[in-house]
Each structure stands twice: as C-alpha cells, then as structure tokens.
Design a protein around this ligand. Structure first.
Ligand SMILES: O=C(O)CCC(=O)C(=O)O
Length: 288
C-alpha cells in the first residue's frame, strides 16, 4: 500500500468541537504537544458540551453499563478485604455503628479499578471539556452508603479542595440503582457559574438559601450511568432509608495543563482527617 494514500484522522481541534474556552488567556496560553494530539473516540457532541457548561453537569446514561456486574463483584470483594478493616485505617469512613460507608482512596486496591480510572469513555468526555487535553486523576472514592446510613448535605466539592485546580470535575459512576429512597445524587444547575459560594477558607456546607428557586435534578441512575459535574456545582444526596446498599464511585480529575495533584490532595486530606485527634489517637492512624 502506498503510504502517501493513508490519511491520518483529523486531530482534535477546538474549532471543530466549538468548545467554549473558560477564558481567553487560558486558551491562548496552552500549547498542545503533537505527540499527544489524537482524535477523541468518545467526545461529547457540541450540544452535550453546551449543556455541561450551562448546567455544570451532564448525565451520560449507560456509559459504562458493560462494567456494571464487574463493579458490583469488585465492590463486594473490597468490602470483604479483611486487611483493610483495621482500626485507624485512614482510607475508611465508617457509619456510627462501624460499617464501611466509604473507601477513599480505593482505585489502587485492584487493577480493575485502576483501569477504570483510565477508561477512554470517561477520559474522552473530560478531554472534550478540557479542549483536547488529557484529564489527570485527582481523587478516587467508593461510597457504599450501606442500608440506613447518612447522606451528604448540600455543598460544593471545591470548598474542601481550595488550592487545587479549579478545573476539577467529578465523575460519579452508579454501581447500584439509585433512587430517592436510597439517596440519589441531586445537583443544582447553573450555580457553578458563581464559583465558590462560601467565603474563601470557610469549610462548611451551603446554606439552603443559595438554591432557592433552582430546580434540582435528582439523578435516579441505573448501574453504569455516569454523571460528570463541575467542582463548583452544588449537590447533595439524601440518606439511604432502604435495606440495600447505594454504591457509587466518585472519580475526580483536573485538566492535565494544571499538573498532577493526586498525592498532594491525599497528603492534605489525611492531615485534615486527623486534625482534631489527640496525640495518642494520631499515632494509631495509618494508611493501608
Ligand atoms: O453520594 C453522593 O451521591 C454524593 C457524594 C458527595 O457529594 C461527595 O462525596 O462529595
């Protein structure tokens, strides 16, 4: 075959995707390296991208539905890992009656999860939002929300990520069916455009007044459905009032143009998790 006749796929360009830039400066100051320029296989459509920017979130139904069964089996396997369930392990968040509520981080505990964090269907959606640049994993957690356990009050993720890149986006993957009764994730559209709502440095949940008059989207998800949401999008999730689990994965990423933050985030996260503990208790905490 004549090599001259092989036409390379067109490189991803912001022009063909009609991607709105977050700011003119940012767009002009970033230069793609040719070696990483490749077409995105699973890019958002221009409509989806506009919706993401308008709402501050986007629901992609069934994006990783083919992994639903494996995610369920692997989540069960993590819960059964005895070596994790040691008093003082900073990965674990427990309910008041000492059941695992969340494992944070979790993706390094099995190659299946590590691989999921690099799935092109997820990465390409993020790269569309990042104008062709790759995402970098910033945080990874698996919320089990076991039967009759608490939810999350209204907040913006960035409240607890101040100092990290504002390009951060969370990717919520449903492992189980989520319903109002088991505490489905609920997001408030449009408010991400206000940036950080609390005063800088204030680490608290949001006053409900900020969502007055805003119609929430309660995402009742099926296993494998995925929600992408901005780090400034106010969201919450009710308690699980049912007898079953409501398991969801939350993978957070930043624009690779902003660098690598996973280790820095966890150094900070673990330090504030032990902040109030006595010296005696601090020495019992570890990361396994
Ligand atoms: O579990 C949910 O649906 C929401 C979790 C959440 O808001 C968080 O972990 O920041």
């Amino acid at each position: 075959m004549d090599a001259m006749n092989i036409t390379a796929p067109p490189p991803f360009t912001t022009k063909t995707m009609q991607t709105p830039a977050r700011s003119l400066d940012e767009k002009l100051s970033w230069t793609a390296h040719q070696a990483t320029a490749k077409p995105l296989q699973f890019a958002l459509t221009a409509d989806e991208l506009t919706r993401y920017h308008e709402q501050g979130f986007l629901v992609k139904r069934g994006l990783v539905a083919d992994f639903a069964e494996t995610m369920q089996t692997q989540a069960d396997a993590l819960l059964a890992m005895e070596e994790l369930q040691v008093d003082g392990n900073l990965r674990l968040d427990l309910t008041r009656d000492a059941r695992i509520w969340k494992i944070d981080p979790f993706a390094d505990l099995h190659p299946f999860w590590s691989r999921l964090t690099r799935d092109r269907r997820i990465a390409d959606v993020l790269a569309t939002i990042y104008e062709g640049r790759e995402p970098r994993l910033l945080k990874d957690k698996l919320i089990y929300k076991p039967p009759h356990s608490q939810g999350n009050a209204l907040h913006q993720d960035y409240t607890w990520w101040q100092g990290l890149p504002t390009s951060a986006i969370s990717v919520c993957i449903a492992i189980d069916y989520t319903t109002i009764a088991n505490g489905a994730t609920t997001l408030y559209p449009g408010l991400h455009k206000n940036g950080l709502i609390n005063a800088p440095g204030e680490l608290s949940f949001l006053d409900r007044k900020v969502v007055d008059g805003v119609e929430p989207e309660v995402v009742c998800a099926e296993p494998g459905d995925v929600i992408f949401f901005d780090c400034f999008t106010p969201h919450e999730a009710g308690p699980n009032t049912t007898d079953g689990f409501r398991r969801q994965i939350f993978l957070s990423y930043n624009d690779s143009a902003d660098g690598e933050w996973h280790a820095a985030h966890y150094d900070h996260f673990f330090s504030y998790r032990i902040k109030g503990a006595s010296e005696e208790d601090k020495v019992k905490k570890f990361f396994l």
